[in-house]
Design a protein around this ligand. Sequence first.
Ligand code: 13P
Length: 343
Amino acid sequence: MDKDLLVKTANAMVAKGKGILAADESSGTIKKRFDAIGVASTEDSRRDYREMMFRTQAAMKNNISGVILYDETIWQKAKDGTPLTKLIADAGSLPGIKVDKGVKPLFGCPGEVITEGLDGLGERLVEYRALGARFAKWRAVIDIVPGSPPVPSHTAVHTNAHALARYAAICQEHDIVPIVEPEVLMDGGHDIDTCLRVTEWVLKTTFQELFYQRVMLEGIVLKPNMVISGKKAPSRAGHQEVAEKTVRVLKECVPPAVAGIAFLSGGQSDEEATIHLDLMNRMGPLPWPVTFSYGRALQHMPQKVWAGKAENVAAAQRAFAHRSHMNGLAAQGQWKQDLEKAA
Ligand code: 13P
């Protein structure tokens, strides 16, 4: 394990004014996104779409520190034959790779899931590293469902934390920075304080497992959910409350040694995800850099503008550059509403 390299990579991923583009949708998920814009999901259309983003110089050079790729994409070449990983690296950004194999039902825990993919992970990392990957991602999924017994269960929280920590240790052994992503979903009708309690439990458990499995915290990036009301909650907490409660929980659970925090957007609207990030950074100084690792909240608009048509590429790139710039400002607490209107 090359400790200096891991620390250097992790710090670069959360560099000032920069964040991570999560472009690692599985083939099933990207199909859903393409269905919404009326585009057939093929190997070529997926390549064209992602190539459009990776060639957006303004975004990639200024605001995107790294890109999380899906297995298919890390092997793909741009239309002119350049490997997509080279487009990313040439723009000064780091290629990364999703290495989990998705979720499976968790035995004995109805409605709950466990993330799989530990088998053969070391061998796959060697291959991905040779293709240019410098960091990896593993997503654990925790749902909130009231009931008797309530979800999440102790079993789901612990089993997922154990797998996340095992993944992180294997990544570091291979000089790959692990993005540790324990996502508490915002899909339910729960209130913000329920999200707060579950997020605190999940983060405390995750860091305990990281400690037991000797993961070097300076060489990881944490990718948490924000503390937020469920999407179906009858009344949802306001922006300031989300920012304050998220920062409070993170301060209680995340050691300052962690290289940085890069949030997932989880189903928030583009602007909501930016506002929350901005408000948190305005509460600084914080113990760690706090930035974004958004999928939907970065791609929603460029995807819509692109709509699968070559003639829309320039406009889609402008939309992607704009969203990346807004989030880059939010990562420094410098975002302003009128900049959205001006665009
Ligand atoms: P969203 O920002 O769309 O939640 O995606 C981030 C991600 O990588 C989830 O694993």
